[in-house]
Write a protein that binds this ligand. Sequence first.
Ligand code: PEP
Ligand code: MN
Length: 264
Amino acid sequence: LVSRKWRVRPTVLDLGDGVRIGEGTLSIVAGPCSIESEAQMEKIMQHLVDNDVRLMRGGVFKPRSSPYSFRGLGMEGLKQFHQMARARGIKIVTEVMQVSQVEEMHDYVDVFQVGARNTQNFNLLDALGGVDKPVLIKRGISGTIEELLSSAEYVFSGGNEKLILCERGIRTFETASRNTLDLNAIPILKEKTHLPVMVDPSHGIGIREYVAPMALAGVMAGADGILYEAHEKPEEAASDGQQTLNFAESERLIHNLRKVYALR
Ligand code: PEP
Ligand code: MN
């Protein structure tokens, strides 16, 4: 069902208030790795509004490698996030980690994100198949392109056709970067599926200085959107500061992304 053989026309998602995701628009999704406080959200939202970016990312349930790391503000944080975003016309992309969260999060999110560690959590995918909200599925840490498409198939066949796929880097033998951003996946996915394809260069390379060039490369490779981490003070971020852009870097990237997209 997610194949181009089934549907030739590209899927375009309409999130309301003039926000669309899919062919014909470049979607920029920026925000912190973790939602930390109202003050933090206030700053980043102002940055997004100033740059005409309508989608904000930010985790309230964080899948951390160590149980001692910051694991997010949970539902209280999401409710604040929702209230502040609504007031500014911003749409929320945030991670859902387990089936029991789908219902409680439902009214407060615009796009459910399925993280790389949950790409093959088939119970979660089944639950999201029954929801009338877009779902962004990250590629698994060691997942193939075919496996990502199969994960999307779970949600689609469950009845939810509002899907976005996201390349976020895979684990390889290379140790010079956090992950290896697989740019190859973009034209391949665009050929195989009618669904919108995004790229996450922050987790893809994991090194702040290289996030912008990889984001731009992702657009040239055919991505419909870029999702990256931004924070007023990356060095003070509760998670993933090493791969997070500050506002000056983020603004420059937004500008360049739009220029490069126009060249396509
Ligand atoms: C994130 O987007 O903050 C995240 C945890 O991403 P991933 O699931 O790709 O590691
Ligand atoms: Mn992160």
